[in-house]
Ligand binder design. Structure first.
Ligand code: PLP
Length: 422
């Protein structure tokens, strides 16, 4: 099916065939959901061994009684786990509670209210802004929106953010004070940044506002599907460029163990961590060290963590394959849409023809398949071209996913034909 070269009688014919198929599907009264980027119950079961693992022994290897207060930086063994995941030195890591998003929120708040490493607090600027590679993760954008920090879209490419656009923005506006990055298996495009992109990001600190920070949200650092994909190290790159203060890295075990009951990590230079701790110590005496010890005992060696992630991959692989094969089958030789083939992470990102995404999502909803709302992957919920749709294959059982994808591809075809007919 090629829409651009189709005559109008051909389009009419397709419209009636697809509408008939669509009506038949609507009669099935489906109730399926492709919005939830969370682990399935099978994946959660992989970590049920955490329960009771301490068996009354609450002391960490360094003698800390984990039941008691204290230790804002987290247990040493939990910091080591974070250091392994982020591939950074342990002394540069804080291990915290169950959410890296919370840590990111606190980090933005630190920059906004107090400034990092002695730099001007962002709230004292006329119009502080973050660069937002798009499509991106909606909750990053919500943090900026809530604090009144402006957002500037920059396009994502197959190798990371469009670095010409990033550099141009930063050279043209000294009030750009941050950029959101999901560098490995990006949410939602699944892209992993290449070496040139990482190097150019590491150089930004040489000419950006001194308070500028890269928010390196490595949420999918160890979430490879079939083969391990290498992400070039941002820490090494910033050290080579003398911009070590320009980056804050984040990770968590949310999609490793129990999503709502894991550990989160932040890694940064000594000066950045000092600023963050100053803000956080007014708010908490310390994290849940009992849970940190449970995680540390559960994994022991990093190789065990890698093996654990392979079990996740075995569950996720068929689901990602299902999405890819449905998209291939429906759209390989068409002009109806484009998509990436992620090698890990949690999402597949599909771009419809311009102006069709919202219609696809509405048609799917009416047929009983819930998709992430149109625009959700853009700041302020506005996709300027109305094209991007985020597909989250992890949660539904394979059979349901397959049915939901059949509805999805039908809705893409129908919306595209109708749009062309005008
Ligand atoms: N960052 C990204 C890119 C995500 O996709 C998600 C969850 O989907 C999170 C952060 C949330 O992480 P956490 O559960 O550690 O708060």
């Amino acid at each position: 099916m090629r829409i651009d070269s189709a005559r109008s009688d051909q389009l009419q014919e397709w419209e009636s065939e697809l509408s008939a198929q669509y009506q038949r599907i609507c009669q099935h009264e489906l109730s399926l959901d492709l919005t939830r980027g969370k682990p399935s119950a099978d994946q959660l079961h992989l970590s049920d061994g955490l329960d009771g693992i301490l068996n009354g022994d609450y002391r960490a290897a360094d003698g800390t009684d984990t039941r008691n207060y204290g230790g804002l930086e987290g247990l040493q063994c939990a910091r080591e786990l974070g250091a392994d995941i982020l591939q950074v030195p342990t002394e540069e890591v804080m291990a915290a509670g169950n959410s890296s998003l919370t840590l990111m929120y606190h980090a933005v708040l630190t920059g906004y209210l107090f400034g990092f490493a002695g730099n001007t607090p962002w709230r004292e600027m006329k119009s502080p802004k973050f660069l937002c590679p798009v499509p991106g993760y909606d909750r990053h954008f919500s943090i900026c929106e809530q604090l009144g920090i402006g957002m500037v879209n920059v396009p994502m490419t197959a190798t990371g953010p469009d670095m010409d656009a990033v550099e141009e923005q930063i050279r043209g506006d000294s009030e750009i004070i941050g950029i959101w990055c999901v560098p490995k298996f990006s949410n939602p495009t699944g892209v992993t940044y290449d070496k040139e992109t990482v190097d150019r990001l590491a150089q930004l600190g040489q000419f950006a506002n001194p308070g500028f920070r890269i928010f390196w949200d490595n949420a999918y650092a160890i979430h490879d599907l079939e083969h391990q994909v290498n992400l070039p190290g941002i820490r090494e790159a910033t050290h080579e460029n003398d911009t070590g203060d320009s980056v804050l890295q984040f990770a968590s075990t949310s999609k490793v163990t129990h999503a709502g009951a894991g550990l989160a990590f932040v890694s940064a230079s000594e000066a950045n961590l000092a600023s963050l701790k100053k803000q956080m110590q007014a708010m908490t005496i310390g994290p849940d060290k009992v849970n940190q010890l449970r995680h540390s005992r559960f994994f022991g060696e990093f190789t065990l963590l890698r093996e654990h992630m392979q079990k996740h991959a075995q569950i996720l692989n068929p689901k990602f394959e299902c999405v890819q094969s449905q998209l291939e089958k429906a759209f390989a030789d068409t002009d109806l849409g484009t998509w990436e083939e992620p090698k890990g992470g949690y999402f597949v990102s599909f771009n419809t023809r311009p102006g069709c995404a919202a219609a696809v999502i509405q048609l799917a909803a009416d047929a009983g398949v819930k998709l992430t709302p149109a625009g959700a992957t853009f700041p302020y919920g506005k996709d300027p071209e109305d094209r991007n749709i985020r597909i989250a294959p992890s949660f539904p059982p394979l059979e349901e996913l397959d049915t939901a994808m059949s509805v999805f591809v039908l809705c893409v075809k129908l919306a595209s034909v109708r749009k062309q007919l005008g």
